[in-house]
Design a protein around this ligand. Sequence first.
Ligand code: PEP
Ligand code: MG
Length: 847
Amino acid sequence: MPTPVEVQLAAAPLHREDAVRAAGDLLAHAGLAQPSYVDSLLQRERVATTYLGQGVAIPHGMVEDKHLVHHTGLAVLQVPGGVPWGVDAEGRAQTAHLVVAIAAASDEHIALLRRLTRLMRDETVIARLVHTSDAADIVRALTGEAADAGAPPPVADLPLGTDLTLNYPSGLHARPAGQWAQTLRRFAATVQVRCGDQVADARSVASLLSLGAGRGAQLRLSAAGADAAEALDALRDAIVRLGDEETRQAELAAARQAHAQGLGRELGDWQPEARQVFSGIAASPGLVIGTLVAADAAAPEVDDRPGTPAAQATALDHALTAALLQLQALAAAARQRGAADQAAIFGAHIELLADPALLREVSRTVLQGHGAAWAWQRRLAERVAAQRALPDATLAARAADLQDAGDRVLRHLLGQGEALEAHPLAHLPEDAILVADDLPPSLTAQIDPKRVRGFCTARGGPTAHSAILARSLGLPAVVAAGAGVLAAPAGGVTAILDGYRGRLHVAPTAAALQQAQAMIERLARRRDDEARSRLEPATTTDGHRFEIAANVNRADQVAHTLACGAEGVGLMRTEFLFLERDHVPDEEAQYTVYRDMVQALQGRPLIVRTLDIGGDKQVPHLALPHEDNPFLGVRGARLCLRREDLLVPQLRALYRAAAHGPLSVMFPMISTVEEVTELRARMEAVRLQVGGPVLPVGIMIEVPSAALLADRLAAHVDFFSIGTNDLTQYTLAVDRQHPELAGLADSLHPSVLRLIARTVEGAQRHGRWVGVCGGLAGEPLGAALLAGLGVHELSMSSGDIGTVKALLRRHSLAELQALARRALDCDTADEVRALGAALRAATAEAA
Ligand code: PEP
Ligand code: MG
């Protein structure tokens, strides 16, 4: 179906807001979006400019407002006289003549955008459209065949290729893009990534980001050169592997947001009275009182000072090296402080600067006779503007990182590099609320939370790195509050920053200050109560206690996990030790990691799962033979049994670590009794070699054969831990990563629940303990059913613990058992879900 395009010819809006409103009204009038979509368009303009270039602006709504769109379509406002849109990075005025507002329900508008960018390459076409008196001309240009005339030929893939769906919840952003680029460093092949008809150099972070690849994007990876096949495999593996971490991060963010919303409700409709109030987007929760301080660094002045190309190239080289060294030092210092988030951001900036495409463009400009600083600033500004114009808000927010990393190089080029060494926020009052146009992420990473209470920016977005950092530092932040906030009287003026509802109240009345203080104390009490409740055991109303543990892989996450209420670690996946390196970690390296984990837990239980490689977890440096069907191949315990060189060092390291505290060993992907007896025999041989203690040995129940044989397997082990992720995929014959079938892989399916019930029965016959470490344990309804089915322990992501504990505490064991019995009697997963409606309602009420 052709995309509807509404056109208003010869419009004469007074200013940008006027134009955006008119275009939004057109969308609403055409039935493409609700009238309130206009607010979303305006909000976007505050977060990022939508000026594309060549007199074209593309207002579009915020991602979270997609529900306001009825159908994908466009509204074009032709403004022959032009409407001022803003200024570019060099202060030049931008004037829009074609305002193309987009209502996008899905990704269909991407094709239109592409067409638009192609049109923009031809100034005469744009000039014609700006003055045409025939609306059909514009419609044809945007949607018809004519617009394709003169389009460049389709981009060719390289000879060797593979297709992939991007399953990152936040799309392709700087951190994973940096890791893709890094993966390819070992190879000589040329590798490119195509998304639709956009192609990126897979070694260039900026080029990858400019693909605008959102969640679910279809990618074609292709390569040429001697090691093309290996490079392609490595890249594909890296992309898939990073998906888990991306999902985990997104879940963590969602959990934090849900928690913040719960606290924010305490504020009710309280509106402190103040001289001025600015509204923006609530980017990091919290309520504080402080002193306003302006924190904008003036953009450096750059003149075009051409010199010989050789001298300019040397200057650029020195500046880049100096910037990289600074970033490496900042990343190392952040790591030392244990601030992994901050280190990751500096790492991403290093990747952004190592971008060959940007360097090529700058070199070309220098060769055209321009100075290095001027060329750098100009090319960087183009990149930043292109990034900011991406339709995906998360990706657009990465423009701030590009600007930040690029400005660092620029300052070195201008001889101001040393100034960057000085702490930029050294002389602040102890209760500063920073106000800035947009805070560069590297500056945010250096904020001292003892002096800074929060910040408010005119621009920026909730997914920008400065907002992410604010959340991890626990600093309230409001972003996109509009340019007016910059005129707020900084220096000595008191303000209330409300990071729950996105407001800055400047110069509040004495009464408002008093109320704010009382509110802050109330929120602190509520947080304390919650923290206490998370630490209480999950004991049902009739006195039955369930063990609640966390799935954690690293010792440095233990403190956080315990604060979330975990009573131990129910699953430590050890694959990461192999996935993160480009070589096999030796016994010593593994011992250190396991020992640190045991020590961090200070006597609490720890279950370490032996290597579960294969299936979705591929390790390129193991060079395992290709399998057509890796989920049904040499995976988990099957691999360990075939590779003594992997099994023995791991078991030796585990026995040695067990000398420092409790540790149980668990084998994954068990499908037969023989595997268990063989593994136990090998374990015992290693134990005797090492002189280690006898350890509890368990297996994961994640294959239907293991669940069905649970009564037999239980005779050979000390415990079971049910892996519901794999048990679901193998029971329902649905690849757990399949993009289309994901909905079918439902762990609440009665067939999966029946296998769990059978596992528990089998364990009971031998008095064995049963835990669950798959995803079902962390879902409220799942946890309730598992508890009712008779498991002893639930192990989950740390963020889920508070909710699950609170839920179990609200019910009796008898109620949970009755619920489980009814679920076992259902025909479908939907029927099981329906049983949980009452539970969900109760959980939401308590949240
Ligand atoms: C599972 O399969 O449920 C499980 C916990 O293991 P993994 O997700 O690591 O395969
Ligand atoms: Mg598994």
